[in-house]
Ligand binder design. Structure first.
Ligand SMILES: Nc1ncnc2c1ncn2[C@@H]1O[C@H](COP(=O)(O)OP(=O)(O)O)[C@@H](O)[C@H]1O
Ligand SMILES: [Mg+2]
Length: 397
């Protein structure tokens, strides 16, 4: 069986850890070697299973292991070179790096080391399924956009692209207010770049990695879940399911609770109307906390019985090019995005799509180098960007 990665994300407190844990229990029960990893600094895997957990892989049941990642330890002990490489990208306003002595900070950057560790665990082939319990949405999103941001940067400054680099320096300086690192640092970039690229490849391959949204039927959460679905699509992650947690029974026999139940039903209906193309699973609100193996097993039995839990289909048409007259159009599915929020900028080598402070940089295929962007529009939940090729392209060669 090919190894798979499932990433759980959602607002704080909605039940990410509980849902991820129940998935892991179900997976191990099926006889698959399973690892449940916490990438949330506020770890609670040990808590939920009432066992000891830390930076070491610990088997807590047959075929079920847990691991709580400490990005700072990983940074120092497992990835010092990458740490150094990225540390050399100093003096930046654009990436938000501040040097503090020997260490540096991009908000959330330390979490990149957790991702790199997950990449290595995946590549080790030891686990059939890896379940990742993530930090609350905002942090997860900045985490998931990091490999792309960094590999873009490293690409421009790797030895491979040195010639290009020189040509690009003023542009890079303008865009990211960066100083060029020295030559030795440049060589390490090459290696770091390949690692980041592989990380991106793994995370964005729908045959390997799936993102699962966890939410509760409340107004603030509904909004945030919609938005994170949009951003995850912007970055081309394959979101394959939604879990609505803490759902009250329709009739509780209690007036107060019944009123809350009706309020929940509205938000459940809203969520179902937003996520029409995803399976939506409801998880009941239990009378006690999800703590201890038995409680996790109950969640699993009550809500995760779907035989296809680990084999959900995803759309294959999230990003594609279509030939049009005089050029090509690029379609990027971004459900929920509105025309006014989306800014599209064509650079020489890439296309930037910006929604608020999230920028996705798409490297363009060779054929579109030097093409002109003629239009961009949101249509049926997708951004369609049209390009016209330069007319004298052929004669120029
Ligand atoms: N369906 C549920 N019924 C009852 N308690 C729940 C349920 N889901 C989660 N909890 C409890 O809510 C708290 C937060 O859940 P948790 O899974 O840790 O959320 P997150 O990881 O998103 O912060 C925990 O105390 C957990 O036991
Ligand atoms: Mg949690």
């Amino acid at each position: 069986m090919e190894s798979r990665i499932f990433i759980f994300t959602g607002k704080g407190g909605v039940g990410k850890t509980s849902t991820a844990a129940a998935h892991a229990v179900r997976s191990a029960r099926e006889g698959a070697d399973t690892l449940l990893v916490s990438a949330d600094m506020a770890h609670n895997l040990g808590d939920i299973f009432q066992v000891e957990a830390d930076g070491k892989v610990r088997e807590i049941a047959p075929r079920l292991s847990i691991l709580e990642l400490d990005p700072y330890d990983l940074m120092r002990e497992e990835y010092p070179q990458i740490n150094r490489t990225i540390g050399n990208l100093s003096g930046s306003a654009g990436l938000g790096i501040d040097r503090i002595g020997d260490s540096f900070m991009i908000p959330g950057l330390e979490n990149l080391f957790s991702l790199l560790k997950i990449r290595d665990l995946y590549l080790s082939g030891e686990y059939a399924r890896i379940f990742v319990d993530c930090a609350p949405t905002g942090e997860t999103l900045s985490l998931l956009k990091l490999p792309e941001l960094l590999s873009w940067y490293v690409e421009k400054f790797s030895p491979v692209g040195r010639f290009m680099t020189r040509a690009l320096t003023p542009v890079a300086k303008l865009r990211y207010h960066m100083e060029l690192p020295d030559n030795a640092a440049m060589d390490e970039f090459g290696q770091t770049y390949r690692k980041l690229l592989k990380l991106q490849e793994i995370l964005k391959d729908p045959d390997i990695t799936r993102v699962r949204l966890v939410c509760t039927p409340e107004r603030m959460v509904v909004e945030e879940t919609r938005r994170s679905y949009m951003y995850l699509n912007l970055y081309h992650y394959a979101v394959d399911s939604v879990f609505i947690n803490r759902v009250l029974p329709a009739e509780t026999g209690n007036d107060f609770m019944d009123r809350w139940s009706r309020i929940q039903q509205q938000y459940i209906a809203e969520l179902e109307s937003v996520f029409t193309d995803l399976p939506v699973t409801k998880i009941p609100w239990f009378a006690e906390e999800v703590q201890g193996m038995e409680a996790v097993e109950r969640l699993c039995d009550d809500a995760l019985a779907d035989p296809d839990l680990f084999d959900r289909p995803v759309r294959g048409d999230n990003e594609f090019y279509t030939p049009i007259e005089g050029g090509y159009s690029l379609t990027v599915r971004i459900p929920g995005a509105e025309q006014e929020q989306v800014q599209v900028t064509l650079h020489e080598l890439d296309l930037d799509i910006r929604i608020r402070n999230y920028v996705r940089s798409i490297p363009l295929p060779g054929v579109l180098r030097g093409a002109e962007m003629t239009d961009h529009q949101i249509r049926d939940g997708a951004l369609v960007v049209s390009f016209r090729l330069r007319e004298n392209r052929e004669t120029e060669k």
